[in-house]
Ligand binder design. Structure first.
Ligand SMILES: Nc1ncnc2c1ncn2[C@@H]1O[C@H](COP(=O)(O)OP(=O)(O)OP(=O)(O)O)[C@@H](O)[C@H]1O
Length: 249
C-alpha cells in the first residue's frame, strides 16, 4: 500500500516502544480511515493498551511515527494531543460520582470550565442544548438529574463516552468499552459507536467477539507488539495464524 499521511486520519508507522529492552510494541504500522471503526484484538500482553498509550502521549515511543491528520503526535504532550482532537477512554470509568449526569457532561464541555465554575456560573443555552443532545445519544436523557454514583456500570461507561463526545474528538479511542455490560447494554453500545462514526473515527480494543462483529469495519490482530493479521472480521477469523495464537483458544 502506498500510504501517505494525508489519506488517513491516523498513520502509525514503524512504532516501537521498549521497556528495559523488552519491545512491547515492535515496528508496528497501521492506518485508520475517516469514519472507520477499527478494532484491535489480540491475546493478553500483545501490546494493545500500550498502542493507545502511545497514541495519546501517555507513553513515549522509542522509535517510529504516529501521524494524526498530518501532525506528528510522538513529539506532542498529552494535553496537546487531546487539544488536537484525540479522545481516550480508559477501562474504568472516570466520572465525577457526586455530580449529576448533567453536571458531568457540562464540565466536560470544552470551555475551560472547572467543577466549581460549572456549579457557580449560569448555564448558557449552547451548553444546555449540547448536553441534552449528547445525553440523548448515550441513552441517559431521562437521567440528567441523577447523581452519577447511582447509575449502573454500563450507564457510567456511556456517561464517560459522552464526556469525551462533548469535546467532539475526531479520533476516539476506547479500551474495552463493554467490559461488565449486559448483553442489552452491549447492543446499545454497538449502536452508539456506529452512530458516532458519522463524524469521526474510532479505535476500540475489545475481547468480546460478538461485539467486534457488530462494530468493526476492520480488525487488527496484534501479537507480540506486531500486526499478526488485518482485514475484515471474516478474513481475520479465517486466518490460520490468528486461529493458532488467539481465536482458537
Ligand atoms: N510501563 C511499562 N513498563 C514495563 N512493561 C510494560 C509497561 N506497559 C506495558 N508493559 C508490558 O508490555 C506488554 C504489553 O502490555 P499491554 O498492556 O499493552 O498488553 P495488552 O495487549 O493490552 O494486554 P491485555 O489484553 O492483558 O490488556 C506486557 O508484557 C506488559 O507487561
Amino acid at each position: 500500500m502506498n500510504a501517505s499521511a494525508k489519506d488517513f486520519v491516523l498513520s502509525v508507522e514503524g512504532l516501537t516502544v521498549s521497556f528495559d529492552g523488552f519491545k512491547a510494541v515492535n515496528d508496528l504500522s497501521f492506518y485508520v480511515d475517516e469514519n472507520e471503526i477499527r478494532v484491535i484484538i489480540g491475546p493478553n500482553g500483545a501490546g494493545k493498551t500500550t498502542v493507545l498509550d502511545l497514541i495519546c502521549g501517555r507513553t513515549k515511543a522509542t522509535d517510529g511515527s504516529i501521524k494524526f491528520r498530518g501532525k506528528e503526535l510522538t513529539k506532542m504532550k498529552e494535553h496537546q494531543i487531546v487539544h488536537a482532537g484525540v479522545g481516550r477512554k480508559f477501562q474504568n470509568p472516570s466520572i465525577y460520582e457526586d455530580l449529576s449526569v448533567f453536571e458531568n457532561l457540562e464540565i466536560s464541555f470544552p470551555r475551560g470550565r472547572n467543577v466549581l465554575g460549572a456549579l457557580l456560573f449560569k448555564r448558557d443555552r449552547e451548553v444546555v442544548s449540547k448536553v441534552e443532545e449528547i445525553a440523548d445519544l448515550i441513552f441517559l436523557k431521562d437521567h440528567l438529574d441523577k447523581q452519577a454514583a447511582l447509575l449502573s456500570h454500563g450507564q457510567k461507561q456511556w456517561l464517560e463516552i459522552g464526556m469525551l463526545l462533548i469535546q467532539d474528538p475526531e479520533l476516539l479511542m476506547l479500551d474495552e468499552p463493554v467490559a461488565g455490560m449486559s448483553v442489552a447494554e452491549r447492543k446499545q453500545t454497538a449502536e452508539l459507536l456506529n452512530k458516532i462514526t458519522k463524524d469521526r473515527s474510532v479505535i476500540v480494543i475489545e475481547h468480546d467477539m460478538q461485539f467486534v462483529a457488530d462494530i468493526a469495519n476492520r480488525v487488527t490482530v496484534l501479537h507480540q507488539g506486531k500486526v499478526l493479521s488485518e482485514g475484515s472480521m471474516e478474513r481475520v477469523q479465517n486466518d490460520p495464524k490468528v486461529k493458532e495464537v488467539y481465536l482458537g483458544h
